[in-house]
Design a protein around this ligand. Sequence first.
Ligand SMILES: NC(=O)c1ccc[n+]([C@@H]2O[C@H](COP(=O)([O-])OP(=O)(O)OC[C@H]3O[C@@H](n4cnc5c(N)ncnc54)[C@H](OP(=O)(O)O)[C@@H]3O)[C@@H](O)[C@H]2O)c1
Length: 233
Amino acid sequence: MTSTITLISGAARGLGLETARRLSALGHTVLVGARDPERGRAVAEEVGGRWVALDVADSASVAAAAKDVAAHEGRLDVLINNAGVTGPFKEPAELTGEDALAVFGVNVLGIVRMTHAFLPLLRASADPRVVNVTSGLGSQTLTHDAERVEHSVVSPLYTSSKAAVTMLTTQYARGVEGVRFNAADPGYTATDLNHHTGTQTVTEGTDAIVALATEDASAGTGRAVDREGPLPW
Ligand SMILES: NC(=O)c1ccc[n+]([C@@H]2O[C@H](COP(=O)([O-])OP(=O)(O)OC[C@H]3O[C@@H](n4cnc5c(N)ncnc54)[C@H](OP(=O)(O)O)[C@@H]3O)[C@@H](O)[C@H]2O)c1
């Protein structure tokens, strides 16, 4: 049996890097999606995979990455849409349309670009899966619960982009036959994204991603989970 071929966007650092390490240790052939050639190649060498040049904000880069995977691997079993940005930390009143385009361009449009470009390769797999990395900050229930850390954050663009990621996931799951789409919330994890203020390790932060990438087809599609279980909407 050939090994599972898994592409991870934003795999050169943070949760993407840890996901690459863990899935590689579980026997996946990891395609390290990264913008920076040096970092991408170094991580690919570390995990025994291959660097794929990938900027999810750029349709031409995404199309070229799909062409590259078609030429080298000929199929994709698991797509992990992990790349994400917070956008600027500003007073909400100061946020501009350009700020929104930058955040949604990566977090939301990036997933649409990747799904569009890679679906033909996923369809060539016997058990295709897409894992979208969302956030509890996109959950209305959690951001309105004063007991939760998600309640302490006011970041209109990031939170709304992650709400869109969760909904995109459930809509693709309903609308695309034969491919499983699920969303993982890592939980508050120490990475560059939050200047390492997160309270979880990257291993804890990748538990839900790794679970969705490796679970059996009977686990289903159209779900949003964190490492404890279902993520409230
Ligand atoms: N850390 C948390 O507490 C937490 C919680 C919930 C959800 N998340 C989500 O988890 C995911 C990973 O975040 P992280 O914490 O690991 O953050 P991180 O350390 O800042 O890493 C972000 C990754 O995204 C990549 N990226 C950004 N823009 C990109 C683009 N246009 N094209 C391709 N890659 C791009 C970065 O690549 P470069 O190295 O090239 O910049 C980097 O590899 C994100 O979707 C984030 O929203 C994180």
